[in-house]
Every structure is written in C-alpha cells, then in structure tokens.
Design a binder for this molecule. Sequence first.
Ligand SMILES: [Zn+2]
Length: 265
Amino acid sequence: MENLRIKAEEAKNGQLQAVNSDGSGQESKPDYDCPKCQDQTGYLKIQDGFEVWVRCSCVEWRRVQKLMRSSEITDEFKKLGFKNFRIEGKPELIQGAYECAYNYFQSFRDIREQRQNSIALLGQPGTGKTHLLTAIANNLMHKKHVGVQYFPYVEGFNDLKDDFDKLEEKMGRMKEADVLFIDDLFKPARGKARATDWQVEQAYAVINHRYLNHKPIMISSELQIDQMVEIDEALATRIYEMCKDYLVLIQGDKFQLNHRLEGMT
Ligand SMILES: [Zn+2]
C-alpha cells in the first residue's frame, strides 16, 4: 500500500480517495477505515486564517467499535435489540420483563452509582431473558458508550477452569468492567443447579467486588433468588440487594411462555 497518492482537490473536501500511482485508474481498497481523516482521528482545517486540528466524527464510532470488540458479545448477539424483541400477543409476564429491561436502560445514568443499580431476569428458559439483557448491553455500548463484559456462565467457566493465568485476567476484567452481564447463572443440568465450590467461589469474588464498589451487574438465571440462597446465601443476598428494583421472575405455563415451544398446544 505504499504506492498511494491522494487527489489534492478531493483531500480539500475531506473526501479522500486512494488511487494507484501507476495511473491505471483501478482503485485499490484503502487500508484505513475512515476516508475523512485516514485514521488520524482528526484533520487540519483552515479557520479564520489559521490551521486548526479538528476531531473527526469517526472518534465516536471507534469508541463504540472498541467497546463492542472487548465486550465478547458474539456477532449474532450484537444484532439483538429492543426493536426485534416481539411483545405483541405475548403473555403479560413477558411484556413486563420487556418493560423492566427498557426502563433499566432508560434510567441507567441516574442509577448506576446507587446501591440498586442492577437487573436480574429470572425464571423459565426460552422466555427472552438473554435477548432482553443483550439488548440493554448493545444499547448501553452504542448510545451511552458504557463498556459491558459478557460472561456466559457455563461456557465461560469451562473455558477458564484449567488456565490459571487466563482466569486471573478474566476475573480482573469482570470485576472492573463498567457493567458485567452474567448469562444463565447456575444454569441447571438435568434439573440440578450447576454450582461447584470453585464456580461459587469465583462468582462470589467477582460479584462481591462489584457490590462493594457499586458496579452494576445484569443477570439471567433459571433459578429464583431463594434457590440461589440455598447455593450461597452471601452471594444470593448481594445479587438480590443490587437487583431488587429491576427484578423479574418469569414463571408459569411453559407452553405459553417458551417461544421455542410456540404452536405446540
Ligand atoms: Zn475519521
């Protein structure tokens, strides 16, 4: 890419275009993301006869991209928003969960430093808990430039259990992220909550740190708070205290509530 030449007149308009220096006219793909500043995050502009450095509008975009990359939210999940969550014709409980999630996002700036600054969507599988929390995460990153760390409980811990260095590093990020999203906490296998002593110890270390420092968490789980209390009382009561203003339990007829079973009755 060293044979690039910039057309001067286009550069003046802020619309840079890369052309081949051999004059073949065949355009090569520029190796920068922003044609306006060529990834310099700003450019010189004449203002009142002086050259001034102007911050490029791509700076905001870069910030969001960086947040999205470090969130560990998968590409598929990055598409999940409030708009593509279907509520028409859904049971009231699910509409209530939607409203709770949306209100949480709307109130985030006002509550983020408070004791009750977190959200938990609990109850049956297939009811859209993960979709709603992911919608909050995506909106926080895009619209409020807040960093979110995504942690799928089962896969996350499987991935970490044999790698001490990776565990330390990941736990550090989970403690310090602006917002931590733990998906499917204690996700049961064959009706039994998955919570080894080691998993509970790690989860407690992270959540207690966030509790003490008033850092928000978002939690989805098939377990209710009292079932969490049976696993670890200190952990469960901290989660409850942080989430009690935005806590929804979705419990009822699974053929009505589970979107994966729709049309079966
Ligand atoms: Zn730019």
